[in-house]
Design a protein around this ligand. Structure first.
Ligand code: PGA
Length: 241
């Protein structure tokens, strides 16, 4: 794992945006695996700025997101489709038909998962997968467990995750309890992985990801087995390294 420690969140966001922009510059048709949450918001702002300044062109880029809440439609303000539109897609020159987020309203969940994986395979896999990390070590919605799944699947969110995500909702009761998530196989098959984490609350998980024992109870530790991972963390998140 390549480790980059930045002074603060702003520097982290710039660094991550530069990494992403370099991938697009070297391959204008890049397939980007994207993530939602607090961690990538600054990076997305930087990418929007770069796009407006003509420094990075998204017109031939395709994106594949990691996850989506069950039961929320794409126009629900807390859905991950809505998040991506608001925080990135609406502000850059991307063709939205080339942006994929699992459908949290799919009638046939099993079919939706299969199609999502088939689409990623058809695209030739992701060139880069961006990841945040949960306080509990989850990546996407692959929660700590005795076993992890490879393909895209339906998952139940842990209490920790529901609590952590309640900050985006009016009350904790509104946080969906289930989600569709890309599995470990989908993530690990990406050619490159970039993990970003900011703040002291992530320090334990970051330490376990970088140097802990590999365990399904710490999903991020699986990333130690990938050959091209860049971890970008600010000083607070790197505190225990
Ligand atoms: P965050 O979430 O970026 O909102 O901290 C990360 C995650 O839960 O994977």
């Amino acid at each position: 794992m390549k480790l980059i420690i930045t002074k603060n969140y702003e520097e982290l966001s710039k660094k991550a945006a530069d990494e992403m922009a370099d991938i697009i510059k070297s391959n204008p048709k890049a397939i980007l695996g994207l993530a939602t949450g607090g961690s990538p918001m600054g990076m997305y702002k930087e990418l929007i700025k770069m796009n407006k300044e003509g420094k990075v062109d998204f017109s031939n880029v395709t994106t594949v997101n990691l996850d989506e809440y069950i039961g929320l439609s794409g126009d629900h303000p807390q859905s991950y489709r809505y998040f991506m539109n608001e925080n990135l897609f609406n502000h850059i020159n991307i063709d939205k038909t080339n942006t994929y987020v699992p459908n949290g309203l799919a009638k046939n969940i099993e079919e939706e998962c299969k199609e999502y994986d088939a689409r990623i395979t058809e695209l030739g896999g992701t060139d880069v997968q961006l990841l945040g990390i949960g306080n509990n070590g989850h990546i996407a919605f692959n929660e700590p467990d005795n076993e992890l799944l490879s393909g895209t699947h339906l998952t139940k969110l842990t209490e920790d995750t529901i609590k952590a995500n309640a900050r985006f909702f009016e009350s904790i009761d509104e946080v969906p309890t289930q989600a569709l998530t890309m599995g470990l196989g989908g993530i690990m098959r990406s050619k490159k992985i970039i993990v970003i984490a900011s703040g002291e609350s992530k320090a334990e998980a970051v330490k376990a990801m970088v140097s802990g024992k590999i365990s399904t109870n710490m999903p991020a530790s699986m990333l130690q087995m990938h050959r091209n991972v860049t971890v970008i963390v600010d000083e607070a998140a790197a505190k225990l390294l």
